[in-house]
Ligand binder design. Structure first.
Ligand code: DGT
Ligand code: CA
Ligand code: CA
Length: 576
């Protein structure tokens, strides 16, 4: 167990004791020990090996014994005993501001409340107001507290599109500091998860104290949560928690690996280490026979020592990457340099901000060979959807523009609405005249699963449709994916040889990593498109590539890695 795990278990013990109505001194002792172990600069295992557990402030003889038990067995007896005695999820329930240990006792004994779900059910059924010392007001306060807890846990996660620019801003500030070197954002942000809980930096320093001070005193710091000799923790502008750890160069690789996570991935690595007689921690490998610590300077060294291929951060989720690395079977993940064009771009013919020519020139400037202009279809009046007549004019405008280029092609496309009755927004003869048809659902999100799936399936089966845009309709932190039988969608796409989009617009990232990986496994091709409404939106391509990497995609899985002629062949586009 590492420091944070030991500390978490001590905290949980304190909560359970509180629930039992134990002696407050005993409870406070656990909390103090938990806090001090969490804030240690050194691995608690090392301190234990030196026989110095009792030197940790707040750790007396009794708690030192429990820590020793944990380090040897992963838990301690008193905790296990209490945990069996108390069926109640004390930790989660005490997070509700209205609920203290006495109320919890009452709820458990009278109503059998063991979990947050039980609590919600009891409150909604108005059973709480009838308890002694409770009333309708109290019950309503609990319901409100539950609601805001739910919202906060959603709000508390930050979409990567918001977190990454902030991480880059902080990175630049730290890089400019003469006392700080090797700054890397680790954690879920390095794994490019589509939403992150906080931002975890690690760095080396020639002057640790100055480095931490500089970090906690950056201009946009709202609050300092902690300031030690090797770590600092702050709330940054925008209400985002940011942590910084300073590490020695000798163990930089070990710490970077540990703090990149995920936790699940690290647990797998720890097991592999143990099978080789080594204990893996954020400080390095400890030989279990000699007790010697071998810190790793690079992450590559960590994986090499375990007999594993290097695993890219985006794959570190314990979703098969460890097995792939053991069998020397890692995928060759797609990179941004593989992208040859963007197949979902808007212009000012509908709700985009730039002309078709401007969109084309900007894309060409990025080194792309093609884009597809896919403005909205006629049903989307608020987005300036094109009437049949305008669509035909749009196609000839694109033909004229193409005459200006010999190394670049604008494909004429449309983002065609899938209407409520599952039909498309234009007739077949109109769709036939286009190079590319992207179909999407933009309305009726609240329909039931059967209806929405049917709309999607009919669109995929339509012979003129090439790509399904943002297939689940989710908006990060705003709107959940609509109800959809994803399996049916994937099977239909496979059977009809259709392409599914990874929409790279940072609010969408749709398909997500999990669904995109299922698509790959079913041999369905994907397209990574920005849905740009402005030339500046082309930069979002990297967010889509990140999703693709987390989905294990290789260049061959993505149609817009193809050169123009191969793409045209694949999509049946006429050459000009
Ligand atoms: P987040 O911030 O919720 O998006 O997710 P992460 O993965 O960034 O998690 P965070 O910030 O709690 O911790 C950063 C890394 O530190 C995590 O990916 C793995 C490592 N870590 C944290 N807690 C534990 C733990 O209890 N056990 C192990 N083995 N590693 C941990
Ligand atoms: Ca994190
Ligand atoms: Ca963190």
């Amino acid at each position: 167990m590492d420091n944070s795990e030991v500390s978490a278990r001590l905290y949980k013990m304190a909560e359970m004791l509180e629930f039992q109505g134990e002696n407050p001194f005993k409870i406070r002792a656990y909390i103090k020990a938990a806090r001090n172990i969490k804030n240690l600069d050194e691995d608690v295992n090392k301190i234990f090996e030196r026989g110095e557990l009792e030197d940790i402030p707040g750790v007396g003889k009794a708690i030192a014994g429990k820590v020793e038990e944990m380090l040897k067995t992963g838990t301690f007896e008193a905790y296990e005993r209490l945990n069996i005695q108390i069926p109640v999820d004390v930790g989660k329930l005490m997070e509700v501001p209205e609920i203290g240990p006495r109320t919890l006792q009452l709820l458990y004994q009278h109503l059998g409340v063991e979990s947050l779900e039980d609590l919600k059910e009891a409150a909604e059924a108005h059973r709480i107001r009838r308890l002694p010392r409770m009333g309708a007001k109290q019950e309503e306060r609990i319901l409100n507290a539950l609601k805001s807890l739910d919202e906060r846990s959603k709000l508390n996660r930050i979409p990567i599109g918001r977190a990454l620019p902030i991480a880059e801003e902080i990175q630049n500030t730290l890089d400019a500091n003469p006392h700080i070197q090797n700054v890397v954002a680790a954690g879920s942000i390095r794994r490019r998860k589509d939403n992150v809980g906080d931002i975890d930096f690690i760095a080396t320093s020639t002057n640790q104290k100055n480095a931490i001070y500089a970090f906690t005193h950056m201009e946009k710091v709202q609050e300092i949560l902690g300031e030690g000799t090797t770590k600092g923790s702050i709330i940054y502008d925008g209400n985002i928690q940011v942590d910084l750890r300073i590490v020695n160069e000798e163990s930089f690789g070990s710490l970077l690996q540990h703090f990149t996570g995920s936790k699940e991935h690290n647990i797998r690595l720890r097991d592999i280490a143990l099978s080789r007689g080594l204990r893996l921690s954020e400080y390095g490998f400890t030989d279990q026979n000699t007790g010697n610590l071998h810190p790793c300077r690079t992450e590559e060294e960590v994986y090499r020592t375990l007999g594993l291929d290097f695993i890219p951060p985006e794959l570190r989720e314990d979703r098969g990457e460890v097995e792939a690395a053991l069998s020397v079977n890692m995928p060759h993940l797609i990179t941004i340099d593989d992208i040859k064009g963007d197949l979902h771009v808007h212009s000012n013919w509908s709700d985009g901000k730039n002309t078709i020519l401007e969109m084309a020139e900007a894309a060409r400037g990025l080194g792309y060979s093609y884009i597809a202009i896919c403005d909205h279809s006629k049903s989307r009046a608020i987005a300036g959807g094109l009437s049949e007549k305008r669509l035909i004019e749009h196609v000839s405008e694109i033909e004229t523009i193409n005459e200006e280029f010999d190394d670049f092609r604008v494909l004429s496309g449309v983002e065609c609405d899938i209407k409520a009755n599952a039909s498309l927004d234009y007739s077949s003869d109109i769709l036939e005249g286009l190079d590319l048809v992207i179909a999407a659902i933009h309305s009726g999100f609240n329909e039931d699963r059967k209806t929405l799936t049917k709309r999607m399936v009919s669109a995929i089966e339509n012979e003129h449709v090439d790509i399904i845009a943002h297939p689940t309709g989710r908006l990060l932190g705003e709107r959940d994916a609509y109800e959809l039988d994803m399996n049916a969608v994937l099977q239909t796409a496979r059977d009809n040889n259709k392409v599914l989009e990874i929409n790279a617009f940072p609010e969408r990232l749709d398909l997500n990593d999990i669904n995109a990986r299922s698509a790959k496994e079913m041999c369905i091709s994907l397209a990574i498109n920005t849905d740009a409404h402005h030339t500046s939106h082309y930069k979002y391509m990297s967010f889509g590539v990140d999703v693709a990497r987390r989905a294990w995609l290789e260049p061959d899985d993505v149609v817009n890695t193809l050169e123009l002629d191969k793409l045209c062949k694949l999509l049946g586009i006429e050459k000009h």
